[in-house]
Each structure stands twice: as structure tokens, then as C-alpha cells.
Design a protein around this ligand. Structure first.
Ligand code: AMP
Ligand code: MG
Length: 343
């Protein structure tokens, strides 16, 4: 298939493609999305094919106006209304009871539907112009790191979709926080930029991800059971307190095995390294910057052909929870050492 590359001045054209059942990749503030009309089952099936996504992993429906909710959900509990007022448009996805009209192809057969109003002006204009809610998973091939630049989506989905609407680099670089609002106690199913602390300021009692409590139980969100974000290289995480010395020891061990190694580290650590592929996540105090840099760094280091990427852990507080959620899903090995656990 030939993929049309469209500029932001061509939103109308992209919207017409969506209305006619085509797939359009578009920028949001979190990551690029792979969009289809929520009312077109043939188009929705094409999303799963284009991405190679398992069909039981449901999609998020993107809306531009609160009125769009009427057709999508059976009810909006008060706590969900409070969260919408506080965080929409923005990187927060709410899981609500679905309406009859929502296809089981969107929800993986669940009786709930995930909805978000993005803040990216191009995304909002596209949805409004299409006149339909837009289902959109991240616009990467399933399992690969999420796409944060237009080069990433062209790499992954060029030739597999009708159009790619260019929007440069996204501002946040990490997927939305997903909160299940269908239970008495709202539960974070996927951590993101909007942290548990942020949510608690508006809705009391919000719980964190519960999967770790009972690994045998069915995952509360289907997406939790899939391996995600994997670079081609093995990602090895140094857990606990990180130092240039610890990185050097590990680097030397892999190099001795003949491995080509890259580093994905915070700026302070990288000051000590030269002559090997590195990707700088920025200062370790800027956790939002770190979160936004992970996917892009994984892709950059893959492009440089390394076999192993060494990275570091972060304290699981605030945005650190989301950072560690993504890193743990992408990591093949975590190295803990004595003296390294005192985060
Ligand atoms: P992505 O489309 O890659 O941003 O992933 C969407 C995430 O939202 C996945 O982890 C899904 O499992 C999750 N999700 C979507 N719909 C639902 C739902 N109805 N209930 C629980 N989780 C959902
Ligand atoms: Mg995704």
C-alpha cells in the first residue's frame, strides 16, 4: 500500500481518510497514535493487522469534545467527571462502562471502554474534522518501543497505513495514565505522567497497579500481560544506586564477551564515557525528561546496532513509577548488587 505523507495543513484530507475507513497515523502529546473511526469495524480490524497487535488487547477511543462521550459510555460516575474536569484534555485515559454502540473489537470483548481527550491541537482538530471518535493504539509495530517522532512511525508503519500526518516530535513521549473508573475504588492500570499523587488531589483513595500483588490472577488490564517496548538489543538494568564505576564494570564484562554495548543513562553518569554509543536521558532530577526520552533512546541505540543496552533504575515515586513500569517491561535482565539497593 502506498502511504500518503500529510502535513498539518492537510488535516481535512486526513479526516476524510478516517471517515472513509482508512488508517491515519497522527501525533498526540503522549506518543503517535494509529487511528481509525470507532464506528467502522473493518477499519478497526485493520489496526490490529497493521500493528500485529493481539486482538484481546483493547484500544483507547480518542474524543475531542465531552459530548462525544454520549455514544460511547453507558454512564459517567462522579469520580470520572471530576477527573475529566481536572485533567482533560491531557494524558489521562479513563476506563468506563461501554455503551451498546461500542464494538467488542475495540474493547477486546470487555464490557468497558477506555476513553481519552488528547491535548495535542493537531489530534483534536483531526478528531473534530473527522466527526467520529477515533480509536488509536500507539503507532508502533506491536512489541516495539512507542513512536515519539515522525521518523519512527514512517519506519514502523510506512506502507501499512493509508496516511501519516506529520507532527514532529511529541511533547511528552510516554503513553497516557490509564485509570479504571468502573469500580468503587479507582485503580491505575497503567502509570504515566499523571501520577497517583496528582490523581489523589482530586479523587480520594486511587489505587496503584494491582497486578504485582497476585501474579496468578487475571490481569486487570489486558495490556499488562504482553511484553512491550522491546528494543532489538538486550536491555540490562542496573538496579539501585547507580555510579559510573558500576556501569564501567558491567560494560567491561560485556565487552569481554565481544558484545557491542550502548548506554542509556542520565547525563551525570555519561560524563565519564567516551567512544561508545550512548543516549542521554537528561539530568536525573528531570524525571519528566527521562520518561519522555526512553522510547526514543531505545530506538536510537537499536539503529546504531548495539547488542546490549545498559540502563539504570529510578526511584518508584511520582513519574518514576511510570518510568520503571516501561523499563521493567523492556528489560531482559536486572542486575542487583550489594550496596545497590538503597534507593
Ligand atoms: P496503547 O493502545 O498501546 O496505548 O495501549 C492501551 C492500553 O489501555 C493497553 O494497556 C490496554 O490493555 C488498556 N485498555 C484499553 N481498553 C481497556 C479496557 N476497557 N479495560 C482495561 N484496559 C484497557
Ligand atoms: Mg502501545
Amino acid at each position: 500500500m502506498e502511504t500518503q505523507i500529510l502535513q498539518v495543513t492537510q488535516i481535512e484530507k486526513a479526516a476524510a481518510i478516517l471517515r472513509k475507513g482508512g488508517l491515519v497515523v497522527f501525533p498526540t502529546e503522549t506518543v503517535y497514535g494509529l487511528g481509525a473511526s470507532a464506528w467502522d469495524e473493518t477499519a478497526i480490524k485493520k489496526i490490529y493487522q497493521a500493528k500485529g497487535r493481539p486482538s484481546d488487547n483493547p484500544l483507547i477511543v480518542h474524543i475531542a469534545d465531552l459530548e462525544d462521550l454520549h455514544d460511547l459510555v453507558a454512564e459517567v460516575p462522579a469520580l470520572a467527571r471530576d477527573l475529566m474536569a481536572a485533567f482533560w484534555p491531557g494524558p489521562l485515559t479513563l476506563v468506563l462502562k461501554k455503551s451498546q454502540k461500542v464494538s467488542p473489537l475495540i474493547t477486546g470483548g470487555l464490557d468497558t471502554v477506555a476513553v481519552r481527550m488528547p491535548s495535542n491541537p493537531v489530534a483534536l482538530a483531526l478528531i473534530r474534522s473527522a466527526g467520529v471518535p477515533v480509536v488509536a493504539p500507539s503507532a508502533n509495530l506491536s512489541g516495539k518501543p512507542s513512536p515519539t517522532t515522525d521518523a519512527h512511525v514512517i519506519d514502523d508503519l510506512g506502507g501499512r497505513v493509508e496516511a501519516i500526518l506529520l507532527g514532529g516530535r511529541v511533547t511528552m513521549g510516554l503513553e497516557s495514565t490509564v485509570v479504571d473508573c468502573t469500580r468503587d475504588i479507582p485503580t491505575i492500570l497503567r502509570p504515566g505522567f499523571i501520577t497517583r499523587e496528582d490523581l489523589l488531589a482530586f479523587v480520594p483513595g486511587v489505587r496503584g497497579v494491582t497486578r504485582e500483588v497476585d501474579p496468578q490472577a487475571a490481569p486487570p488490564s489486558p495490556g499488562m500481560k504482553y511484553r512491550h517496548y522491546s528494543p532489538k538489543a538486550d536491555l540490562v538494568m542496573i538496579s539501585g544506586r547507580v555510579s559510573a564505576g558500576r556501569v564501567k564494570t558491567l560494560l567491561a564484562a560485556y565487552q569481554k564477551e565481544g558484545k557491542r554495548v550502548g548506554l542509556m543513562m542520565t547525563s551525570e553518569i555519561l560524563e565519564d564515557f567516551e567512544g561508545i554509543p550512548v543516549c542521554d536521558l537528561g539530568p536525573d532530577k528531570d524525571l519528566a525528561g527521562v520518561a519522555g526520552g526512553i522510547f526514543s533512546c531505545l530506538r536510537q541505540l537499536d539503529a546504531r546496532g548495539v547488542g546490549v543496552i545498559i540502563t539504570r533504575s529510578f526511584p518508584k515515586e511520582g513519574i518514576g513509577v511510570a518510568i520503571m513500569n516501561r523499563l521493567e517491561k523492556a528489560t531482559s535482565l536486572t542486575i542487583e548488587e550489594e550496596g545497590g539497593k538503597d534507593l
